[in-house]
Structures are given as structure tokens and as C-alpha cells.
Design a protein around this ligand. Structure first.
Ligand SMILES: Nc1ncnc2c1ncn2[C@@H]1O[C@H](COP(=O)(O)OP(=O)(O)OP(=O)(O)O)[C@@H](O)[C@H]1O
Ligand SMILES: [Zn+2]
Length: 715
């Protein structure tokens, strides 16, 4: 008998035997389908009396079907048993219980529409399907059965506690795969199942099939759960990997990373560098700058001392000088001498495309520095953050960054112990607001080193390598006018590398000269094939320069002559000033012009006017420049007087032609003087040229030996 309990929650209960019969094998049962509405009236009485005693009731909830709505039972049966016949009048072997009506539904609702399917002949035709199979089919029920499995697992577990005896019982009654399943941690389920079968009085013969079907269904649900969990795990893994790759890409992208780091605050960490190992000892040839910075060191060492006396030190110091002259080194030395943290920042770091990034970096830098006072903040290339290019389209947010820098500099007291050192190669490019008192109000010039400074720097770096005692740093210093500290360091390093390549044990003057020429004129071009005729012309040309230099009183002393091609030149003569020339006399300028003329004069005298070459063009450039400056800048022309002529293009044609005339006279006279000297010393000229053709390169001493008519030692 089917009875539908309509208590709080409607539950569908069916007598188990009916269900089993219906799904299993109806055999000799039959159903008379003469439904009668009047029979409804008896249904309650009959159901109440007979259901508990004879017909065990199977609650559909235990089959995972409690959510099955009445209208859906048709669907369930349709899907389980497709093709079921709806004909209610077909006679059936379906066993009906002794109830007033032929079905529970008829009893309850007075119609047989819903459950008629269970009594149909089609169901009959399905008799070969075992309960086991039907129960498995239930698991394919797309909505109710599957979801039910998930939903009731917990409650069922709660309800049905397992006991060891039950487990043991199950062990020998259930097939092995069911055992495996039941014995895992599903004791409660086993109990539930056993209890169910007991209370429902499932016939012994169907118990096995029932259990198997139940277990199969459960296993399928489990497998689906497992599958869902696996795919969930896989999805999480993929999402995680994508997230990591995304963040990595974000950080790698120069534009996005700046934005990301700044907005997330990752950019805020500014690490100070302790500069204990750099002191003023390490900075050579800039004595004045060191002296000026000495008082800053004192202040950083003992800020209180200055506060007590009421003295105020500048907040900002501007180091001005050409690149590589040691500005950064000096700033580090200040921090090192005072033994305080050193914060390095390059102005270009603040120059960002994004609004607020530069300003936020400045804020971070100053916040860190103030927390660690006393300390030194060094901003290299200050002009790139504090330049005048306000609102330029290339640097849209530079104004903001400058303002932030100004605000930060105003934001702390002079004696707070933070010293800002800025460095620039172009002080004139700085924003005026930056150099007013209270900001970068102290300026220290760091010039290119003079000959004494260069000697000191060369000695300092030579002491770091193995060098021969014959090395005279002063000679190299004299030949490296205009070299910065960084360039001198590079010169010594290149000499050391050259010595190593040549397999020498120590660096000699030769390597130092070699690297000096390389820096000045480019690398040697030994591979260039120069024919003898061109070599001879070059030898006479260079000797011509050397002879003029040697026999002209105010010319610089010769250092070297060579016919080795280097860079764009086929040969050269190098002259060394005894000292750095801060001023040059008229005689010295004329001597320089004469030396320049020596090359062409030699070509003309030796090879004839028709065979002069193009090789003298740079000599003429040099001589013309000197002559022009003498006339237009130095007031050294009698005719044009003591007057400067800056923009010659705007001058009157008369003045222009007068200037040209004067320049031409100076050059012509110079040429004639050179001709005279070479004619006078034709023999020495020839000897020197031949020596160059033999030895390729001659130093000052060797040149002197040749010009004195002595024989050179065979090298
Ligand atoms: N006066 C010096 N004494 C010793 N070494 C020097 C000196 N000047 C430069 N150097 C060497 O050259 C290197 C570069 O110099 P530094 O970076 O200090 O120059 P800079 O003036 O700051 O250049 P830039 O303007 O390009 O930043 C130094 O690390 C140091 O090795
Ligand atoms: Zn020349």
C-alpha cells in the first residue's frame, strides 16, 4: 500500500514489498485497474490498520527521493522506464495489496493518474530489470537522486551510527566492492541500510540486490563528487598560476610596475648605504672641494655643537662640475667621514610619466632619511628633477616633483641632521627656487683636475696595480689635459689590461702611453695596409711638425712622434705642456700655428708643390682657429685693435673682410716661418723621417738623440 504522509513535511512512503515487486519481478501478481473514487473513503482506515502490520513502509527519503514532488514521479518513471504505457485499463500482474483502492494514490487523492504508471503493463514488460539495476538507474536521475545524495549524507550519518557487529554482518553479506565502500568510514550508512532493511522487512532474497543497488548508486555519487572536487582543485590551481604570472608581468612591465609599486607602497623602501669605507682619502685632486665639505662632516658628526652655538648650516649643498670629476665620490666621502647613512638617488628616478610617482618617491626618500638622521641624501643629476622645464610635454609631472622636493626641503629644520647633497653638470639649468637660500644654498665646484691633481689621481690608481718603477705619473698627467678622475682611472685600467694581453708582469710607460693615445685618438689600426709611398709622406709630414716644435722657442716640448695609424689619423706628434696653461701668450699661440704648418711645409719641400696631400686639413683647421681667435677674441691684431667680434656674420662687409685679411696674414707668416725652419734643418728633418720609417714610434728622448745626429740603439 502506498501512503503519503502529509505531516509537516510531505514524505512519500511506499510499502517496500510493493516497490520491490514493482521493480523486480511481478510474477503472478495482477492488478485490476478499475479505479474507483468511492474507494478513497476507506483508504485512511485501511492504511492505518494494515500498513504497519503487513506491509513494511519504505520511506522515499531513505532512497534519496524525499524531494521528489508528486508530479515528478511520472517523470522519474518515464526516464527510468521509457516507453511506459499510459493506458490505465491494461490488465496487469502488478500485485496490489488488500486496500480499498488499488493504489495508495487513489486512496489518498481519489484518482490514479500519478501512480498509474507503476501499475502499467509497460512496467510489466520491464520485469527482467532487477532491483539492483533500477536502483543504479536512480543514480542517473539528473536532479533528485544526485543532489539528494549530497544533501542527505550528513543527516543520514547523524541518524545511523555504526556498530562493529553490523559491520561484520555486512562483511559477509555484501559483495566485495560494496564491502570496500561500506567499510571505509561509512559505518553509519551501513547501519542505516541494515536498519532500513530490518524495519522495512525486505525479503531475504532481495536484500543483496537492494544493498548492491544502493551502494552502486552511492559510489557513482561519490565518483561525481570526487570529479567535481578534482576539477575545482584544477581550476583553483590554474587561477593561482594565472594570478602569479599576472603579478609577475605587472612588475616586469616598466610602466605598470612603477604604478603598481607606488600604489601598493612596495616602492617605499629606500635603503641607505653605509659608506664607512669611502673617506676624503679616496678623493684626489679636489682639495678645495674637500675643504669646503669638511665643515659639513663636522656638523654631521656632532649636530648639537652647532645648535648650541646657534650656527646654521645649509640644508642643501650643490656639487657642480663636469661628469666623472668625483662628485658622487665626494658625497659618499662626506657620509663616510661622518659615519652616517648615505641615501643615493638619481634625479632621473623621479622623472616619471605617471602623475605623482616622482613626488611619492621624494616623499619616501625624505621620510626614511628623517627617521635615520643624521644622514646624507645624495641626489645625482639634480637638473633632471629640479630643472627649469616646467610643464614640458616630455615631462608632464616634473613641476609636481620639484614642488615636492621644495616642500620636503622646507619641511625640516636646518639642524635636524639631514644634509642633502645635489650634483649637477648644468647648474644654470636648475630651477631658481631650488638654489635660493634655505635650499641648495651652498655651491661647491668640482673642476677637472689640474696637472698636480691628475698626477695624484694617477698615483692613487697606479698603486692599485703592479707598475714598473720607471713609470712617471707626471708625464702621463701632463699629456692628459682635460681628463677627469674617471677617465684617468680608466687610463690606468686599460694600461693594466694591455700589459696583461702582452704577457707583461707589470705596467710600464709604454702601456700607459698606449692607453692614453687610445682614449685620445681611438684604437690603433695595425691591420691597415699602408704602402711605402704613403708611409714616407706620413713620416716626412710628422717629422716636419716635430722639427718645428723642437726648434721653436715657445712651442710645447715634444712627447712623441709616430706613423702608426690610429683612429682617423695616419700618424701624429704629441706635445706636452710643462704645466696646465691657464693663459697663453701671443708667442705661444704663434708657435702652435707654426707647428701645425710644419706638416704641409714638409710635404711641399720634399715632394714638390704638385705632390702635396690632403693630410694637412686638420692642421690648417687648428692653425686657422688660433689665428681667428687671436684677431676676434684676444685683441692680438694691430689693425683690428683691442676689440672682440663675436658674431662675425652680422658685421659690416668691410670689418668682415678686414678680419679675414688679418687671419690670412697670420697664417701666411706662420707658413713662411715653418718653411724657413725646415729649410734650415733639412738634414735633421730627413734623419727624423727615416728614423720614423724604421722605428714607427719615437719618444721624446729618442727624437732628441736623432736630432742631435746620434745613432739610435737598435730596439
Ligand atoms: N677626484 C677623484 N679621485 C679619485 N677617483 C675619482 C675622482 N674623480 C673620479 N674618480 C673615479 O671616477 C669614478 C666616477 O666618479 P663619480 O661618479 O664620482 O663622478 P661624478 O662627478 O659623480 O660623475 P657624474 O657627474 O657623471 O655623476 C669614481 O668612482 C672614482 O673611481
Ligand atoms: Zn699634420
Amino acid at each position: 500500500m502506498f501512503s503519503l504522509s502529509s505531516t509537516v513535511q510531505p514524505q512519500v512512503t511506499v510499502p517496500l514489498s510493493h516497490l520491490i515487486n514493482a521493480f523486480h519481478s511481478p510474477k503472478n501478481t495482477s492488478i485490476s485497474v478499475s479505479a474507483s473514487i468511492s474507494q478513497n473513503q476507506h483508504r485512511d482506515v485501511v492504511s492505518e490498520h494494515e500498513a504497519p502490520s503487513n506491509e513494511p513502509i519504505l520511506n522515499l527519503r531513505d532512497l534519496g527521493l524525499s524531494e521528489l514532488k508528486i508530479g515528478q514521479i511520472d517523470q522519474l518513471v518515464d526516464s527510468l522506464l521509457p516507453g511506459i504505457c499510459k493506458d490505465k485499463n491494461v490488465s496487469s500482474h502488478w500485485h496490489t495489496s488488500h486496500v480499498s483502492a488499488q493504489s495508495f494514490f487513489e486512496n489518498k487523492y481519489g484518482c490514479l493518474d500519478i501512480f498509474s504508471t507503476l501499475r502499467s503493463s509497460c512496467l510489466y514488460r520491464q520485469h527482467s530489470r532487477t532491483l539492483k539495476r533500477i536502483c543504479s538507474d536512480l543514480q542517473y536521475w539528473p536532479v533528485f537522486v544526485q543532489s539528494r545524495g549530497f544533501k542527505t549524507l550528513k543527516s543520514r550519518t547523524r541518524r545511523l551510527q555504526s556498530t562493529s557487529e553490523r559491520l561484520a554482518e555486512t562483511q559477509h553479506t555484501a559483495p566485495s566492492f560494496v564491502k570496500g565502500f561500506l567499510l571505509r568510514d561509512r559505518g553509519s550508512d551501513i547501519e542505516s541500510l541494515d536498519k532500513l532493511m530490518k524495519t522495512k522487512n525486505i525479503p531475504e532474497a532481495h536484500q543483496d540486490a537492494f544493498k548492491t543497488g544502493f551502494a552502486e548508486g552511492f559510489l557513482k555519487a561519490q565518483a561525481l563528487t570526487q570529479k567535481t572536487n578534482d576539477s575545482l582543485r584544477r581550476t583553483r590551481l590554474i587561477v593561482f598560476i594565472l594570478l602569479v604570472v599576472g603579478i609577475y608581468g605587472l612588475l616586469k612591465n616598466p610602466f605598470l610596475s612603477v604604478r603598481f609599486r607606488t600604489t601598493t607602497g612596495l616602492d617605499s623602501a629606500v635603503d641607505p648605504v653605509q659608506m664607512k669605507n669611502v673617506t676624503f682619502e679616496h678623493v684626489k685632486g679636489v682639495e678645495e672641494a674637500k675643504q669646503e665639505l669638511q665643515e659639513v662632516v663636522e656638523f654631521l658628526k656632532n649636530p648639537q655643537k652647532f645648535t648650541v652655538l646657534g650656527g646654521k648650516l645649509p640644508k642643501g649643498i650643490l656639487l657642480v662640475g663636469p661628469p666623472g670629476t668625483g662628485k658622487t665620490l665626494l658625497a659618499r666621502a662626506v657620509a663616510g667621514e661622518a659615519d652616517v647613512p648615505f641615501y643615493y638617488a638619481s634625479g632621473s628616478e623621479f622623472d616619471e610619466m605617471f602623475v605623482g610617482v616622482g613626488a611619492s618617491r621624494i616623499r619616501n626618500l625624505f621620510r626614511e632619511a628623517k627617521a635615520n638622521a643624521p644622514c646624507v641624501i645624495f641626489i645625482d643629476e639634480l637638473d633632471s628633477v629640479g630643472g627649469k622645464r616646467i610643464e614640458s610635454p616630455m615631462h608632464p609631472y616634473s613641476r609636481q616633483t620639484i614642488n615636492q622636493l621644495l616642500a620636503e626641503m622646507d619641511g625640516f629644520k636646518p639642524n635636524e641632521g639631514v644634509i642633502i647633497i645635489g650634483a649637477t653638470n648644468f647648474p644654470e639649468a636648475l630651477d631658481n627656487a631650488l638654489i635660493r637660500p634655505g635650499r641648495f644654498d651652498m655651491q661647491v665646484t668640482v673642476p677637472r683636475p689640474d696637472v698636480k691633481g691628475r698626477t695624484e689621481i694617477l698615483k692613487w690608481y697606479l698603486n692599485k696595480i703592479k707598475f714598473d718603477q720607471s713609470v712617471d705619473p707626471e708625464i702621463i698627467a701632463r699629456g692628459t689635459v682635460g681628463f677627469s678622475g674617471a677617465e684617468l682611472e680608466n687610463l690606468v685600467n686599460q694600461a693594466a689590461l694591455k700589459a696583461a694581453v702582452d704577457g707583461k708582469e707589470m705596467v710600464t710607460m709604454k702601456e700607459l702611453e698606449f692607453s692614453k693615445d687610445k682614449i685620445l685618438m681611438g684604437p690603433e689600426r695595425r691591420s691597415v695596409e699602408i704602402d711605402n709611398k704613403n708611409k714616407t709622406i706620413t713620416a716626412y709630414h710628422e717629422s716636419g711638425h716635430a722639427i718645428i716644435a723642437y726648434y721653436t722657442k715657445d712651442a710645447m716640448p715634444i712627447n712623441k712622434a709616430t706613423i702608426m695609424p690610429r683612429g682617423p689619423t695616419l700618424g701624429h706628434v704629441s706635445l706636452l705642456p710643462e704645466n696646465d696653461r691657464w693663459n697663453e701668450t701671443r708667442a705661444q699661440l704663434l708657435a702652435q700655428m707654426d707647428v701645425s704648418m710644419g706638416g704641409r711645409v714638409a710635404e711641399e719641400l720634399i715632394f714638390g708643390t704638385d705632390y702635396i696631400t690632403t693630410g694637412a686639413s686638420s692642421d690648417f683647421d687648428n692653425a686657422t682657429k688660433i689665428a681667428k681667435r687671436m684677431v676676434t677674441k684676444f685683441g692680438m691684431s694691430e689693425k683690428l685693435g683691442v676689440m672682440t667680434y663675436s658674431d662675425t656674420g652680422k658685421l659690416s662687409p668691410e670689418t668682415q673682410s678686414a678680419i679675414e685679411q688679418e687671419i690670412r696674414i697670420l697664417l701666411r707668416d706662420s707658413y713662411e716661418r715653418a718653411k724657413h725652419i725646415l729649410k734650415t734643418h733639412a738634414k735633421e728633418h730627413k734623419n727624423l723621417a727615416e728614423a720614423l720609417l724604421t722605428y714607427e714610434t719615437l719618444d721624446a728622448k729618442e727624437i732628441q738623440i736623432v736630432l742631435e745626429g746620434k745613432k739610435l740603439d737598435v730596439r
